[in-house]
Write a protein that binds this ligand. Structure first.
Ligand code: GLA
Length: 458
């Protein structure tokens, strides 16, 4: 049954922030907002770079979010302003097709992606017009999903502004598709948790079909987020899409080796399903079929029986056309191993054994090592930070989100939190003036927050 996004009263949101947003809206546009929409960022506890391979992930929403104050009009224009003066005001026509220039990403493109995809979902040829002020407090380019939260917020705004309604699952799926307009081939985790999150619980997110199950985290530990202060913009580099492509090629190579039809299979999870094998068996299969040396285009084309032209158009994406070598063995090993760790993490949480904190911590540490060594999506600063977090008392620590910069998430026993924060501050932030200046918004305890919603004024 379809569940509509809950309509809650404004008093639930931090009032000062909302009042500020309302005042800015009135100053910019001269009237009051009709409604507010918010969408949270997320921290992924375990299950990195496996959502686009079809495997389950285990994130929770964070308290930081994107809020939009919105009014609807007949101008045929979307007007956008941002509380943050770094982001300029813009006006875009919505009476003609919204165009997103991938070569030159701007802050509001994520908002436009959300509008455009939602418009297409409902088959609305043109939109009446709206005025919005955006306020976000998720650190950008830090692996906490600020861009997806903006897409989700825009999707929700467009749905509400046009008096349409979608279930949370449909909103999440629509917004995951929306992000493709910016050119990254993400897997849907960020949008799913932004809509399906519930306060107080992390979620196991499964795909095909999308569903979310509560995962109750041990009460004797907290999760601390720390930003390594290296920014990574996944839309502006090809790192992310190269990994997606490597997984797609590994899928085809494994399928081919096992006599399955490679044309039908796109994700590593589909090979497992087709073979009806366990994740351990898939790990053994990777060792048997794929070699650790990087694969050249020639070798892949030969094994798959495809031409260079087919390889470029069917397997590569627009921003990976330049890549000549592909590490298939390492990427597939990470994916099947990480998929198994997610299931173990959930089982430990469900069983709640006395040693659960150490078991969960070990899984997080294994996840980081796999991201660093097999998936190569960490960076020296992030590795240093993870190391410091472990030495400062964390039971487990790992990079979170896409990687190549951004945040680590650490699981810390409750009685050690204060000493942990102090030790990380002293070892990572204070020695470097740039990091020291960013410390306040870079190192914080996070509790599972609620999902995206519409707020009407009281
Ligand atoms: C980004 C993508 C997600 C996921 C993560 C890595 O956040 O948007 O879909 O792939 O990276 O786990």
């Amino acid at each position: 049954m379809a569940t509509n996004p809950p309509k809650l009263k404004v008093s639930v949101i931090d009032d000062e922030r909302l009042q500020n947003l309302k005042k800015t809206f009135e100053r910019e546009y001269g009237g009051s907002p009709l409604f507010y929409a918010f969408a949270p960022g997320r921290v992924n506890l375990i299950g990195e770079h496996i959502d686009y391979c079809g495997f389950s992930v285990l994130p929770m929403a964070i308290e930081q979010n994107i809020i939009a104050a919105v009014s609807v009009n007949n101008s045929g224009t979307i007007q956008l302003a941002n509380i943050n003066p770094l982001y300029n005001n813009i006006a875009v026509s919505c009476s003609e097709e919204i165009v997103i220039d991938r070569a030159n990403p701007k802050w509001y493109y994520y908002f436009l992606c959300g509008v455009k995809g939602t418009q297409e979902k409902f088959g609305m040829t043109n939109l009446p017009g709206m005025a919005c002020v955006i306020d976000g407090n998720i650190p950008p380019n830090s692996g906490l999903s600020s861009s997806s939260a903006l897409v989700c917020c825009a999707g929700l705004v467009t749905t509400e502004a046009n008096q349409k309604s979608l279930s949370k699952v449909a909103l999440a799926e629509t917004c995951a598709q929306c992000e493709r307009y910016i050119g990254t081939e993400g897997g849907g985790m960020d949008q799913s948790i932004s809509f399906l999150a519930e306060k107080g619980t992390a979620k196991l997110i499964e795909f095909d079909p999308l569903r979310a199950t509560d995962v109750h985290l041990p009460a004797s530990a907290v999760f601390v987020i720390s930003n390594c202060c290296v920014e990574m913009n996944k839309a502006a580099t090809s790192h992310f899409n190269i990994r997606v492509v490597e997984c797609r090629i590994a899928t085809k190579m494994l399928a081919q080796a096992k006599g399955l039809n490679p044309n039908r299979l796109l994700k590593l999870a589909q090979v497992q399903t087709e073979m009806d094998a366990s994740l351990e068996e898939m790990l053994a299969l990777v060792d048997e079929v794929l070699h650790p040396e990087p694969y050249s285009r020639e070798e892949i084309c030969k094994v798959l029986g495809v031409t260079f032209q087919q390889f470029s158009t069917e397997l590569l994406s627009a921003n990976t056309q330049h890549v000549t070598h592909f590490k298939l063995h390492q990427r597939a090993k990470h994916v099947y191993g990480e998929a198994a760790r997610v299931l173990r993490f959930k089982n430990v949480c469900d069983g709640a054994p006395t040693e659960s904190i150490q078991l969960l911590g070990d899984l997080m540490n294994q996840s980081h090592a796999s991201c660093r060594d097999l998936y190569e999506c960490s960076c020296p600063e992030l590795d240093q930070l993870v190391d410091i977090c472990l030495k400062s008392g964390a039971a487990g620590s790992r990079l979170t989100g896409a990687g190549w910069g951004g945040c680590a998430v650490s699981m810390v026993p409750i009685d050690k939190v204060q000493s942990f924060l102090q030790a990380v501050r002293e070892a990572y932030y204070l020695p470097d003036p740039r990091r020291a200046a960013m410390e306040k918004e870079s190192l914080f305890v996070s509790k599972p927050g609620g999902g995206a919603a519409i707020y009407l004024e009281k």
